[in-house]
Write a new protein. Structure first.
Length: 624
């Protein structure tokens, strides 16, 4: 993503200020252009009148006229050279806005219009994203951002203010976090979010502070904080600014100052955390007569590198739409700037319900070093988590007594979408020459295709048998080919090797390349000497399956060799500190495939008998 720094300067006190028509400002755009002078096109009284209209305090006609005037004024600040940059290039552009003077920070630059009267920052074509920031040494400038989310969601609606859409926001967060939330319970109830989503209902400032401090003390800091509350005016006349309405200990309304909210979240400030504030005026800096800034500005200045908020009143539908859009994009691994752009587009596209929320949305952003690598890791983590979640759903569908064909179709659709996503990762890694990640992605593609094939097999019993059986075989062939590529890329990967050999055997009735069988066995035996006990456990599982497959490679092994490997595997699992039985469960599931799926009755092992009897004995051994 391209980025262009734009910075406005003036001399003297920057903490307070007032717009005066004709006052000069120095504008610096990028590092290859000379600074230029720009004179303020309006005075403070005119600005305040426009802001009153944008706060819905006048009729619709006045509001739309104010939106146009503000849009033209803020666009003029950027200058024709900057607008020229916006029109060129095919990749998205970030305008990295640094505003030092208080009166300029109050301007809603997000409402800027182009020469054709279109919003500069709410266009689907030639995406341009405006972000703000302050000059600050951010603690996370070199830190590795966590790829798995841990979200704190706090909401408040004390006596004296309207209700808030707390359930709608929770639903939106749950939907975005679905890959990380455990599967539904046996009665179809929602999964328990566990560490993934912490909900602080009817939040008090003390409760919010305690949640943040407890998370840090437990070495499990939140990665995202989302606050839903009403913005609340504090102070009188020329000193008025906006805090939030939280609950007091007795349930009544407590007007919380920006400094108090900042202090409550302060324990998280040294960690990479994204903060979203669904509260009217949480980014409102229009009172430039006082040195104190908005909640969003103060949180960003404290050290939170990403803060998203509204600088004007925020509609109820708009707040929910923002959460739905922003968190979905963000947790799928999208660049936070593009997630912000997606949110603005969604708000702009639903103006009948959301007014000019698209112009009100503000994003403060100071991106860490290595952000692109972080995004890559997040995307991969999201795919892995999604794959595990879909696998759990698939397992449940396959084993439940009452099977519903449409549910199978939906899960198959989700699996295919993830396979496409993994394929895009692979292309990126091949272009970048990342051999370390190629093996992992090929193995993941093999696993996803095999799971899709199993789903197709069970689905074939619910109708359209030939169609689904054909899809099953094609998926198995693709799975076999991906495992082979992963194994060829790293012959020491016994797991890829045994997966390829098993599929080669069931599809063809023999192992066409016996030398690969011998190489995989050697790799597994070498891993049995590994210092990592879990590596040894997985290697023993591979060894057992390779012994099962030995006759198809023309090899002979001791009669109890496979069983002995599983006995040792169980012994090693029992010695683990965490007693993690997943390797045993996964290995048993693989052997059960030979019993219930990969049989001659289902068209496998052409020209010879299957391995159902032998594999069944090994599966039983794992259950003892």
């Amino acid at each position: 993503m391209r980025s262009l720094l734009i910075e406005f300067h003036r001399f003297n006190d920057l903490e307070t200020g007032i717009l005066r028509k004709g006052d000069p400002y120095i504008v610096v755009a990028g590092d290859r252009r000379p600074p230029r002078e720009f004179k303020a096109p309006m005075g403070h009284q005119q600005f305040q009148g426009l802001m009153r209209a944008l706060r819905y305090q006048e009729d619709a006609k006045a509001r739309l006229q104010a939106l146009k005037e503000v849009g033209d004024v803020t666009a003029a600040f950027f200058g024709s050279d900057t607008l020229g940059d916006i029109k060129t290039g095919t990749t998205p552009l970030q305008l990295d806005l640094v505003v030092n003077a208080a009166e300029l920070a109050a301007l809603p630059f997000e409402a800027a219009m182009d020469s054709e009267g279109r919003p500069l920052f709410a266009r689907g074509d030639q995406a341009v994203v405006l972000t703000r920031r302050v000059r600050h040494d951010f603690a996370d400038s070199k830190a590795s951002w966590p790829a798995s989310p841990r979200v704190l969601y706090a909401w408040a609606a004390p006596d004296g203010v309207n209700e808030v859409p707390f359930q709608e926001h929770e639903n939106a967060l749950r939907a975005a976090l679905a890959p990380w939330i455990p599967a539904q319970d046996g009665n179809g109830g929602a999964g328990v979010p566990g560490d993934v989503l912490t909900i602080l209902a009817r939040a008090t400032i003390a409760g919010l502070a305690a949640e943040c401090q407890t998370a840090v003390d437990a070495k499990k800091p939140f990665t995202h904080v989302h606050l839903l509350a009403h913005g609340y005016p504090i102070g009188v006349s020329g000193e008025q600014r906006f805090g939030v309405a939280l609950h007091a200990d007795d349930g009544s309304l407590q007007a919380v100052l920006p400094e108090e909210l900042t202090q409550a979240l302060a324990p998280l400030a040294s960690h990479p955390v994204i903060v979203t504030l669904a509260a009217c005026d949480a980014a409102n800096d229009t009172n430039a007569l006082i040195p104190e800034r908005s909640i969003a500005h103060e949180l960003h200045r404290l050290g939170f590198s990403i803060v998203v908020a509204s600088q004007l009143p925020f509609t109820v539908p708009g707040s929910t739409l923002m959460v739905q859009t922003f968190y979905k994009a963000l947790l799928e691994g999208k660049d936070v700037r593009l997630a912000l752009h997606d949110s603005r587009l969604a708000l702009y596209g639903d103006q009948e319900k959301t007014g000019h929320d698209w112009a009100s949305l503000v994003g403060y952003a100071q991106l860490p070093e290595g952000y692109d690598d972080h995004l890559r890791e997040v995307r991969l983590k999201w795919v892995l988590a999604s794959l595990k979640t879909i696998q759990r759903r698939s397992d449940k569908l396959i084993t439940q007594a009452d099977k519903d064909a449409p549910q199978f179709d939906r899960v198959a659709e989700l699996l295919n979408a993830l396979i496409v996503e993994l394929g895009s990762f692979l292309q990126e890694d091949e272009k970048a020459g990342r051999r370390d990640r190629l093996e992992e992605n090929r193995g993941l593609l093999g696993s996803a295709q095999k799971r899709l094939a199993e789903l197709c097999f069970v689905r074939s019993g619910l109708g359209e048998r030939e169609h689904w059986r054909q899809g099953m075989r094609q998926a198995l062939e693709r799975s076999r080919d991906w495992y082979l590529k992963g194994y060829q890329g790293n012959p020491a990967s016994h797991w890829n090797g045994v997966q390829f050999l098993s599929l080669d055997a069931i599809l063809n009735g023999r192992i066409a390349k016996p030398r690969l069988w011998a190489a995989a066995l050697t790799a597994a035996e070498l891993y049995e000497q590994n210092e990592d006990p879990k590596e040894v456990i997985w290697a023993l599982g591979s060894t057992a399956e390779l012994y099962l497959l030995a006759p198809l490679a023309g090899e002979s092994t001791p009669a109890d060799a496979a069983r002995d490997a599983l006995v040792e595997m169980k012994k090693r699992v029992g010695a683990l500190e965490d007693k993690d039985t997943f390797p045993l469960e996964s290995t048993e599931r693989q052997f059960r495939r030979y019993v219930n799926w990969w049989t001659t009755a289902n068209g496998f092992f052409p020209g010879r008998s299957d391995l159902a009897t032998e594999a069944g004995k090994l599966a039983e051994e794992l259950r003892r």
